[in-house]
Write a protein that binds this ligand. Structure first.
Ligand SMILES: [Zn+2]
Length: 657
């Protein structure tokens, strides 16, 4: 029995004594953060940190009726903590209506915090909080956390490149390989760049509160070492409504910038406010709060070392003078979707504890101008990116929201389609081009190294939409960025490159190929299975992408996590609508198919799904991880997504033999 069990048992006895006498009451503690395992699961410590990694301590304390919480204190290993000035806080307003156990929140319930705690001593530590209510009654609750030791072994990794194929399960990787490399007589005729990495593992992707994660904890768990709830990034859950006051966990970027001076780069094909990019730098329990999220990229650059930020999402950077919620006229002209309701202001104890900027509610902010004033070169399209050279710091915003996908960007470059013009951004870079630029900027005059996250975002977004050819080409685009990173590491051997996913999306499965002659009205009978599928053959153009995906005998994909859709087994000329686009409700974007349940309704056959809604969903399947370079040998076997953080920590801080 460990000390945690003993304390629980003792509290149980105390509780019995109190219950016997109604005149003696005590406050109750419904939550202690970091979260601990229930006593029965004492084999594994839930919350783990690298030595000195900062995190917040917090508890939710409910007093008896008519009483209030008078004081509180936290202790680690039985020693009371003496907090630095203004780093403790207590809030009693703005609490959730219900506590985490589902009961109504009692009056005068307090959420008490000690911000930015850290512990450098490896091992399991006990944590306790003691609260005293106004009549002097006292309560204590205990938990534990672990500081994971680093072994000094040898050469350390100076640079870390983490390539995150959002939603990229094993089937997504295989489909990209079949399409772009081809198979013959049972053998792949080439390898994806990610296939060539020498070490591969399988990652368990669950979040703190579900076997099926979304992209917020999916990324956050990799780079904080701890489990977050769905929709939450860089924080533990709490009992307050404010989405920016949750107990924080120091990110890899912040930890390595503070300790080693490393720079942070974030490159994505998504809107930069999206969960995956934000979960490297911004702490919030609501991944949807775009205005506050993008503001913090700039405001807290001294915490993160943000040096490169590239992707879509310009709508959050443009000043909004009207704060209109009318989506058909997004601030009527400039496309801004900055809103007071998604902005941020931090409580004083977070500002004092973490040295974070206080924030302000300012939808009228011109964030591009503020980035420029802070020394970032700003580029708005590929031509601008190419012309910018290698500035010290770089902001690239290539779309109002999510960038267009490879399928449509390539068709524009080939002169085949002008779909990207419909979005107003005809000259968007490819992910590998952005990755190349980011590496040049980050490595310029940089002895301390960097951490760069590169996301292939629309592997997930198009898999949700079950737009098969768009997510396969997106995976090809992602792999081209993987090659850029691998080539960099080949000439910079102190670099660790990791390729993985945050979760699988859509339950994608390669079920066979089309019968060589497609019937006028496609159906399930069109699917050639087993040996009838043979080896689909695509012609790859000089730009690295298939000349067309509609080849005879094309690969066919089924979805195990699907909503209803109409299927033609052919590629869609138009992308399916993206509700994040500010002008989605207006021509020409409103002419695109609204969702997979409506797309091809007149030409396809109906495939009924197992889930409600009109999109496919994430699954709990493990995802592959491949590693290359310094420290790559640590990434073998089957491990948890939080383990990746500690493996990176070992490679960067302790090195490998
Ligand atoms: Zn997703």
């Amino acid at each position: 029995m460990n000390s945690f069990n003993i304390i629980q048992k003792c509290l149980g006895v105390v509780g019995v004594i109190f219950a016997a006498s109604a005149s003696i009451a005590a406050p109750t503690i419904s939550r202690l953060t970091p979260p601990s395992n229930p006593p029965s699961a004492d084999a594994v410590t839930l919350a783990r940190f690298l030595p000195g990694q900062r995190f917040d301590l917090q508890a939710t304390v409910s007093p008896d009726a008519g009483a209030s919480i008078a004081s509180f204190s936290f202790a680690v290993d039985g020693v009371a903590l003496k907090p630095a000035a203004n780093t403790v806080g207590m809030v009693t307003t703005g609490l959730n209506a219900k506590l985490s156990d589902g009961t109504a929140t009692p009056a005068n319930t307090a959420v008490v915090s000690l911000r930015a705690y850290s512990n450098a001593v490896p091992g399991v530590h006990t944590l306790s909080v003691t609260a005293v209510q106004s009549d002097g009654q006292k309560v204590t609750r205990s938990g534990n956390f672990e500081v994971v030791g680093i072994t000094r072994q040898g050469h350390v990794a100076k640079n870390i490149i983490l390539l995150l194929g959002d939603g990229m399960g094993a089937a997504h990787r295989t489909a990209a390989r079949i399409m772009v490399k081809g198979y013959a007589q049972g053998k792949a005729q080439g390898r994806l760049a990610m296939d060539t990495f020498p070490y591969t593992g399988m990652v368990m992707t669950s979040s703190l509160n579900s076997i099926v994660t979304d992209s917020a904890p999916g990324m956050s768990n990799y780079v904080s070492g701890n489990k977050a709830n769905n929709n939450e990034e860089g924080v533990f859950p709490d009992d307050t409504v404010d989405a920016f006051d949750n107990p924080r966990i120091e990110y890899l970027s912040e930890y390595l910038h503070r300790l080693k001076g490393k720079r942070l780069g974030i490159v994505t094909t998504a809107d930069v406010f999206d969960a995956t990019p934000a979960a490297n730098a911004v702490h919030t329990s609501n991944r949807g709060n775009g205005t506050g999220i993008v503001d913090q990229y700039l405001d807290d650059r001294k915490l993160t070392g943000l040096t490169v930020l590239m992707g879509g999402g310009r709508k959050w950077f443009l000043p909004n003078s009207s704060d209109s919620s009318d989506k058909t006229s997004p601030q009527a002209i400039n496309g801004s979707q900055r809103k007071a309701s998604s902005d941020y202001v931090l409580p004083g104890d977070i500002v004092a504890g973490w040295g974070a900027a206080p924030g302000a509610t300012d939808p009228e902010r011109d964030l591009i101008a503020d980035f420029t004033a802070a020394g970032y070169a700003y580029v708005a399209d590929k031509a601008g990116m190419d012309a910018a050279g290698n500035p010290d710091k770089l902001l690239g915003l290539f779309a109002y929201s999510n960038m267009n996908v490879a399928f449509d960007k390539i068709n524009k470059r080939r002169g085949v389609s002008t779909i990207v013009d419909d979005f107003g951004f005809p000259d968007q870079p490819m992910l590998d081009e952005m990755a190349d630029k980011a590496l040049k900027v980050l490595s310029k005059n940089n002895r301390d190294g960097f951490y760069l996250m590169i996301e292939g975002a629309s592997i997930d977004k198009q898999a949700h939409l079950m737009d098969t050819d768009r997510w396969i080409e997106e995976t090809i685009e992602f792999d081209r960025a993987v090659k850029v990173a691998r080539d960099f590491a080949a000439t910079h051997p102190d670099t660790l490159v990791i390729v993985t996913a945050d979760h699988e999306c859509a339950g994608a499965a390669i079920i066979g190929a089309a019968a060589a002659v497609m019937p006028a009205y496609p159906s399930a009978a069109t699917v050639a299975t087993y040996e009838a599928a043979r080896f689909p053959k695509y012609t790859i153009a000089a730009d690295g992408y298939p000349q067309t995906t509609d080849v005879p005998g094309r690969m066919l994909i089924g979805y195990g996590a699907n909503a209803d859709r109409y299927e033609t087994w052919l590629s869609s000329d138009q992308p399916t609508q993206d509700s994040q686009q500010p002008f989605v409700g207006a021509p020409p974007l409103n002419a695109h198919p609204r969702n997979p349940a409506l797309r091809n309704a007149s030409t396809g056959f109906l495939i009924t799904g197992q889930i409600p809604g009109s999109q496919a969903v994430h699954t709990a399947s493990d995802v592959p991880l491949s590693a290359f370079g310094r420290g790559a040998s640590l990434f073998t076997g089957v491990f948890d997504n939080t383990d990746v953080f500690f493996k990176i920590g070992q490679a960067v801080l302790g090195g490998i033999k």
